[in-house]
Ligand binder design. Structure first.
Ligand SMILES: CC[C@H](C(=O)O)C(=O)SCCNC(=O)CCNC(=O)[C@H](O)C(C)(C)COP(=O)(O)OP(=O)(O)OC[C@H]1O[C@@H](n2cnc3c(N)ncnc32)[C@H](O)[C@@H]1OP(=O)(O)O
Ligand code: CO
Length: 134
């Protein structure tokens, strides 16, 4: 079911500083920031030869990453995103296996304009998993 790793996400308190560090200190190609109010985050993508790093900063009062950053004020690894061929088939298979799909269970459109879902971190060894349809 799982395809490539589409991205590894890092929650950061200051996306400008994090972008500068990846571009200037680490010498990576860094995208412009993208506000995603429907997801409560501002994102930047670090383009790598084999995957991407997604830098996330809270956006708005109800950001889903606010509590994570309160616990990890310097930032931290937030989620891993795997690609799937068919997100609804993946969802139904996961729900049948007892996994919790976050939200109302329906995919939302993510930063790449593709349907995405999130799986509860407690069901996968303390790791928040995002699935993105190819
Ligand atoms: C889709 C746009 C973009 C893209 O790639 O296209 C993005 O990726 S947007 C990313 C931001 N959006 C989300 O993360 C949506 C899914 N996340 C959530 O719904 C919440 O973050 C949730 C429910 C995973 C956690 O919310 P919150 O921290 O407010 O709830 P709790 O404090 O009750 O946490 C429950 C429990 O889980 C632990 N936790 C929380 N976040 C993480 C994490 N990222 N990785 C691992 N564990 C996490 C938290 O510590 C609690 O554990 P406990 O032992 O009970 O304290
Ligand atoms: Co993501």
């Amino acid at each position: 079911m799982l395809g490539r790793i589409n991205h590894i996400a890092i929650a950061v308190p200051d996306i400008g500083k994090a972008s500068d560090a990846y571009r200037d200190t680490l010498g990576a190609a860094v995208s412009q920031r993208q506000a995603l109010p429907e997801h409560g985050v501002t994102v930047v993508f670090v383009e790598l030869p084999n995957t991407k790093v997604e830098l996330l900063e809270p956006l708005g009062e109800t950001s889903p990453i606010a509590a994570f950053l309160a616990k990890n004020p310097d930032g931290g690894m937030h989620h891993i995103c795997y690609e799937v061929d068919d997100i609804l088939v993946a969802r139904d298979r996961l729900v049948a296996a007892g996994a919790r799909v976050l939200g109302n269970g329906d995919p939302k459109i993510g930063a790449h304009g593709k349907p995405v879902l999130f799986l509860h971190p407690k069901d996968f060894f303390g790791t928040l998993i995002e699935l993105e349809q190819l």
